[in-house]
Write a protein of this length. Structure first.
Length: 199
């Protein structure tokens, strides 16, 4: 190979190397630009995600607050329902007891008359006394009490005055005789006492 050919070959190699270096530099520039663009895109995506995240958090907090409020309202309504149900049951039981007592009081009146009637048969009298005692115990268990009317001041809430008596032997406006016993259940009057009152 001649020296000219060697020189030409070297020149060609140098030119090829330069072209390769230029292409590598171009590729590096392209890669750098692409990386910068990707970084910018990622940054903008991160910013949009960061901007979207507080909105999502606020929405979830509002939803949790609404659910808590709904839960508290539901619990309050259930509590009110339970209390109302208990009150209704108590009122129903009270009313049913009142109805029963109004049916039994005439029987009790007859029992009192039988007890107060003179009787020569001691066994019979003891039997009536035992029935009367059992009846009164049952009344006590049901919170039913007799109104103590005799010698008490007249009270129209508890007494039904059917007769009046004039005279100085009794204090004015005092119950002097009871014709029929009255009864209360708790604070409620089942039947007022039928009485005679001094004027």
């Amino acid at each position: 190979m001649t020296s000219n050919e060697k020189d030409n070959l070297e020149n060609e190699n140098i030119e090829a190397q330069e072209e390769t270096n230029e292409k590598i530099n171009e590729n590096d520039e392209i890669n750098t630009e692409a990386a910068e663009e990707n970084g910018a895109n990622e940054a903008s995506a991160g910013e949009s995600e960061a901007a979207a995240q507080p909105d999502e958090t606020a929405r979830m907090r509002e939803e949790i607050a609404a659910l808590k409020d709904s839960h508290l309202r539901l619990m309050a309504e259930y509590d009110n329902f339970k209390k109302r149900t208990v009150r209704e049951k108590e009122a129903l039981l009270f009313d049913a007891t009142l109805i029963c007592m109004n049916k039994f009081l005439p029987v009790l009146d007859n029992l009192i008359r039988a007890k107060d009637t003179p009787c020569s048969d001691e066994a019979y009298k003891n039997g009536v006394d035992m029935v009367f005692k059992s009846f009164n115990e049952a009344l006590e268990r049901m919170n039913v009490k007799k109104i103590d009317a005799l010698n008490a001041p007249f009270d129209p809430n508890f007494h039904n005055a059917v007769m009046h008596v004039e005279g100085d032997e009794y204090p004015e406006n005092t119950v002097v005789e009871v014709f029929q016993e009255g009864y209360v259940m708790g604070e409620r009057v089942i039947r007022p006492a039928m009485v005679k009152v001094a004027n």
